[in-house]
Design a protein around this ligand. Structure first.
Ligand code: PMP
Length: 417
């Protein structure tokens, strides 16, 4: 009998039968409050009726069109719809399937368009598991362990992770920008640097929001040196942070935006958006793939965008996010083992530390597992896996947030009490 690879690590023992909205139902009929959203994917909730209907209808018409052979309607319509929500000027799109592929596509674009070899990434950033994306990932060595030699030309600058450094935001930001300038002087000269790849909020790296001053510093250096600012919005896009794009919080204009996860409610679809002028600087025919821009995924994405707009999900993410952050902070106030609670919108992380201020992954794991037993599914993140994250679907209600906070408060008290 075949089995799944033993290398797959599963955060919970749950085997799901079906999902509806914010709930997953397992094969034994137990209901789970899903505050993982499939790692930030099912923003419209599990099996939103409008998304299901759009996908069903499309399946009966065309499943696979193959965009380097023929074009199809859902892909063209989605491209047009995305034009309404993408940052001004980023009107040229390429579609793939996963976040990692979007990262690869942006890397190709950046190197070809600038004719420069290096990229600078920011410590704690996660960009994926393909070898190039893993080479650019610094949220934990587990993502690149044992596969060296990694891709050359990747250099790492600090992210302003104030809590980690034990500093305030301003000090952490000044430090990060000064180190970036030092990196330019010592490791990768600006004219050898094609792009900065950065998440607006470190995701896998521990739910650490960037800030306006830091992004202004990056933008200024990018402009001064002709470096591209590539914003990895794979986890933060499509309303997740309470604004449409994560970078909208920081008043910064990227040159390239990477999209996936929340775009298609769980159907595989990703993409990159840039100006046509930038795309034209890369090599013709350098973008493609067998499955990218799948017709059913595109139909689901069109429905997803409509649901986000019609149900006010960006606003809901902002309001429910505030409720979740405040509630998680109240719990942390009573819990010395939680050193920091932070986030933006419906990305909320609680960082567990020991009495001496060291990362405490054991207590974080105990809390996450106790929550799963109590019907609340959560994930961990952070370089030390000591941050428990809450990333519910954007359709979550005030009552469901209260339910999750009640369970969270109880399990935190029981594992730390
Ligand atoms: N970038 C970011 C910011 C991500 O959060 C992820 C996935 N967690 C990826 C890229 C990679 O996406 P995928 O797993 O679809 O390859």
């Amino acid at each position: 009998m075949a089995q799944l690879s033993p290398l797959l690590k599963q955060a919970t023992p749950v085997v799901v039968d079906h999902g509806e909205g914010v709930y997953l139902y397992d094969v034994d009929g137990k209901r789970h409050l899903d505050f993982t959203a499939g790692i930030g994917v099912t923003s419209t909730g599990h099996c939103h009726p409008r998304v299901v209907e759009a996908a069903r209808e499309q399946i009966g018409k065309l499943v696979h069109g193959q965009y380097t052979t023929v074009m199809h309607k859902p892909l063209l319509e989605l491209t047009e719809r995305l034009g309404d929500v993408l940052p001004a000027g980023l009107d040229s799109l390429f579609f793939a399937n996963s976040g990692s592929e979007a990262v690869e596509a942006a890397l190709r674009l950046a190197r070809q368009a600038t004719k420069r070899p290096n990229v600078i990434v920011f410590q704690g950033g996660f960009h994926g598991r393909t070898v190039a994306a893993a080479s650019m990932t610094t949220s934990g060595t587990r993502f690149s362990a044992g596969i060296s030699p990694l891709m050359a030309g990747v250099h790492v600058a600090p992210f302003p992770y104030a809590y980690h450094y034990g500093w305030d935001q301003e000090t952490a930001t000044k430090f990060a920008l000064r180190e970036l300038d030092y990196l330019f002087q010592t490791v990768s000269g600006p004219n050898e640097t094609a792009a900065f790849f950065i998440e607006p909020v470190l995701g896998e790296g521990g739910y650490v929001p960037g800030n306006t001053e830091f992004f202004a510093g990056l933008r200024e250096r990018a402009d001064r040196h002709g470096i591209l600012l590539v914003m990895d919005e794979v986890q933060t896009g499509f309303g997740r942070t309470g604004k449409f794009w994560g970078h909208d919080h920081f008043d910064v204009s990227p040159d390239v935006v990477l999209i996936a996860k929340g775009l298609a409610s769980g159907f595989p679809l990703s993409g990159i958006a840039a100006s046509r002028e930038l795309m034209e600087k890369a090599l013709p025919g350098s973008q493609g793939g067998t499955y990218g821009g799948n017709a059913v995924s595109c139909a689901a994405a069109i429905a997803t965008l409509a649901v986000i707009q019609d149900e006010g999900l960006v606003e809901n993410a902002a309001e429910r996010g505030r409720q979740l952050l405040e509630g998680a902070r109240l719990i942390a106030d009573k819990t010395p083992a939680i050193g920091d609670v932070r986030g933006l919108g419906l990305l909320v992380g609680s960082e567990f530390t020991t009495a001496g201020g060291e990362p405490d992954p054991a207590t974080a794991a105990a809390a996450q597992q106790a929550a799963a037993k109590s019907g609340l599914l959560l994930l961990s993140c952070g370089a030390y896996s000591n941050v428990v994250r809450m990333v519910p679907p954007l359709v979550v209600t005030a009552e469901q947030v209260d339910d999750a906070l009640r369970i969270w408060g109880d399990v935190v008290a029981s594992v730390t009490g």
